[in-house]
Design a binder for this molecule. Structure first.
Ligand code: ZN
Length: 163
């Protein structure tokens, strides 16, 4: 999709706000399990998302941003968590990391596609920069996943997309 600068910034702001909210939930959950190491990683992610969000809001100053529909930026919940709004309270650290990784990868793919499709040079420049940041987040989560034991019940992949 070739987006105008306001369209692109509206998506980026919504993606970062969504990420901050979901990471905060995951951090609280891991803290309640006394998994302080993973909780603090998620709190770092909350902080990065908020900083990024605020800098994009700053960049968008003076522009009229379009309203978005929630499916355009909300995180996908893992298939085994029934509700749209709530996480499975039994989510293990591994599943939480895997879930975050899937959504970070989705954000990276979104920005990469936006850069590839961009007619506007500023949209392309920002989208490339944001895609690189998301790639760092994916790599950080991959590091964690490599060091985290898999749960005994395997993560069920959503067959409709790859992460
Ligand atoms: Zn990210």
């Amino acid at each position: 999709m070739d987006m105008t600068l306001p369209e692109f910034l509206a998506h980026a702001i919504a993606l970062e706000r969504e990420a901050a909210e979901r990471y905060l939930e995951l951090a609280d959950m891991m803290e309640s399990y006394r998994n302080d190491a993973v909780a603090s990683t998620f709190r770092d992610m909350v902080r990065y998302s908020r900083l990024h969000h605020d800098s994009i809001v700053e960049r968008a100053k003076g522009l009229a941003l379009p309203a978005l529909r929630s499916w355009q930026y909300r995180w996908r919940h893992p298939p085994e968590t029934g509700g749209e709004e709530a996480f499975d309270p039994q989510l293990t650290a591994y599943e939480a990391l895997r879930y975050a990784r899937e959504n970070e990868f989705r954000a990276q793919a979104f920005y990469s596609q936006a850069a590839a499709d961009a007619g506007d040079a500023e949209v392309r420049r920002l989208a490339e920069e944001f895609a690189a940041e998301e790639a760092e987040h994916v790599a950080a989560l991959d590091d964690w996943l490599a060091r985290t034991p898999r749960p005994s019940t395997p993560w069920r992949e959503d067959p409709h997309h790859q992460g």
